[in-house]
Design a protein around this ligand. Sequence first.
Ligand SMILES: Cc1cc2nc3c(=O)[nH]c(=O)nc-3n(C[C@H](O)[C@H](O)[C@H](O)COP(=O)(O)O)c2cc1C
Length: 220
Amino acid sequence: MEVIQILQKISSITKEPFGQFESWFNEARNTDGIIEANAMCIATASKSGVPSARIVLLKGFSKEGFTFYTNYNSRKGKELLENPKASLCFYWEPLKKSIRIDGDVKKIPEKESEEYFATRPRNSQIAAVVGCNSSKIIPNRDHLNESLSKVNKELEGNSVPKPKDWGGFIVIPNQIEFWQGQTDRTHDRIVFRRKEENEVLDPTLTKEGKDGWLIERFAP
Ligand SMILES: Cc1cc2nc3c(=O)[nH]c(=O)nc-3n(C[C@H](O)[C@H](O)[C@H](O)COP(=O)(O)O)c2cc1C
């Protein structure tokens, strides 16, 4: 019953996806048993279409898009630079809720990455300097430990400068799906998407939302 009420809210109150995202994300953050509500899978693809996926942490969102940080030379970084499209996916098991966000990707301004880097714990800053998340092949664990102590020593007493290859990406959505699991497998899927050029809408299937978003229900 509770689930049905949530979905009525999607179609009758929240006519654009960002408010709906905020509502579900806050619910996830405040739910016992969800430790990292901002952990999301991000799928990218190479220029030739070979896919890859991994977990990153969402660090910000607004009506402009969804931001995370990484090493621009990592596999995901390189793929996003050559094929700037991504799909994000959250799943919050205790709530049986999932959100999928598909969109175009761009680097955020360098200044914003610098400002965010400055707020990170020193250990995370040092890890970024030694190239953690850069997907480079390293000989062994000792090599990593030695690099960390070397950089720690070199920067002792000083602030840690952001490595030039480290920074944020923003995913600018063209489709966001809200999935609510149901016990009998008749899951609910509400999809917000952008209208295609010259598209003729069938009002029995597609509702017009706010800010140019269309709203549809998909079969489970
Ligand atoms: C919970 C969790 C959070 C993570 N957060 C990030 C992150 O915010 N940024 C990042 O670059 N890697 C993060 N990682 C590591 C990535 O999953 C991945 O191993 C790394 O970035 C290299 O990915 P790539 O070789 O596909 O580019 C996280 C991993 C886990 C399990």
